[in-house]
Design a binder for this molecule. Structure first.
Ligand code: F1P
Length: 335
């Protein structure tokens, strides 16, 4: 339910951002740098957002795991730089992220912003400013709906004003994608011949490749890795075999660089899945999830995720596991 309800919650979050996040929206260009911090999924969200924010604003944006700032904050927080510190946490409870924010508030110069789904959380309360994407609240341990809803806040920060009509459009596009390809995700997820999963993405899509790599581990306890497309050829492809699935999160502008990597992996025996707003079905893809090309690329990122989250969910069920409760993991990691 949390995966499938995402399109409706996206419209809700965008409406909230449009209405309530006009004042208090930081002017990223006024800072020397932006540091984004989180743990697990929200660290990967930081990697995605940093890459997008840096491209859109020209300001240096650095993603850092919360633990790095907690234990060695002096390596990252420089009191002589005007920094925008963005602490991201679904729960707003994670120990390392709270410590990282605390370190910045004591040692840094600039402003801090929390991005979370829970307005009454310690993170939201201790940050001077917070954006609360409560439409993403969820019960599952693995983040799905929460992740994509927090993404909209960061797209708003990077991309500027929300285009009129976008909330209805993303909701409609998301539903159509699920209608078109949900059964294919079920088929791939149920295919237990696949033993190894590889997720490839460049630019901001690298952060999303990391996130779906984590979903596959958390929900279905499967071997999965994430790389940049061309990086994959520098060693990691040694482990490709004919029980591998290589998923390419494709940037429509970079197909000429990315699709040959998928083609090469296919020749080595892997099954390939391409996801993106490419106009033509890529010849390198055994399966193609065509994202709606009418959405501007910089506003399209959330649409890459639900169908891949569903593969992890379906695989979990096929293996007789509980996708909502990964082994050895709790919804909040507190030390
Ligand atoms: C961070 C996190 C999640 C992970 C699991 C445990 O939580 O590591 O990424 O999937 O839920 O917690 P948060 O700080 O974003 O709440």
């Amino acid at each position: 339910e949390e995966i499938l309800s995402q399109p409706d919650t996206w419209a809700e979050t965008l409406a909230y951002l449009e209405k309530d996040w006009k004042s208090g929206l930081p002017d990223v260009g006024a800072y020397d740098e932006v540091i984004l911090s989180g743990c697990g999924s929200t660290y990967y969200l930081s990697i995605w957002a940093a890459r997008l924010l840096q491209r859109k604003t020209g300001v240096t944006c650095i993603p850092v795991p919360g633990s790095e700032i907690w234990y060695s904050g002096e390596d990252w927080i420089h009191p002589d730089r005007k920094t925008l510190f963005i602490a991201i946490s679904r729960s707003g409870l994670t120990t390392e992220t709270l410590h990282a924010l605390d370190y910045f508030l004591k040692a840094g110069q600039g402003d801090a912003l929390a991005v979370t789904c829970y307005g009454d959380s310690p993170l939201a309360k201790s940050a001077p400013k917070a954006v609360i994407t409560s439409a993403g609240m969820e019960n599952s341990v693995a983040q799905t709906r929460s992740f994509t809803n927090m993404m909209w806040a960061l797209m708003r920060l990077a991309n500027g004003d929300i285009p009129s009509g976008l909330p209805a459009q993303v909701s409609q596009v998301g539903k159509q994608l699920l209608a078109n390809y949900q059964s294919t995700s079920r088929e791939i997820g149920a295919n237990l011949e696949i033993e190894r999963f590889f997720f490839l993405g460049d630019g901001p899509l690298y952060g999303l490749a990391l996130e779906v790599m984590l979903k596959m581990k958390e929900m279905s306890l499967s071997y999965s890795e994430a790389y940049h497309f061309l990086e994959f050829r520098h060693g990691p492809m040694s482990v490709i075999n004919d029980h591998s699935l290589v998923v390419g999160l494709a940037n429509p502008q970079q197909a000429a660089y990315e699709m040959p990597v998928l083609q090469q992996m296919r020749e080595l025996g892997a099954r390939t899945l391409a996801v993106g707003g490419l106009t033509e079905t890529p010849a390198a893809a055994d399966t193609f999830y065509r994202l709606d090309g009418s959405l501007p690329y910089d506003w399209s990122f959330a649409t890459y995720l639900p169908l891949i989250q569903l593969i992890a969910f379906e695989r979990s069920l096929a293996k007789g596991l509980n996708p909502d409760k990964p082994e050895n993991l709790t919804a909040v990691v507190e030390l």
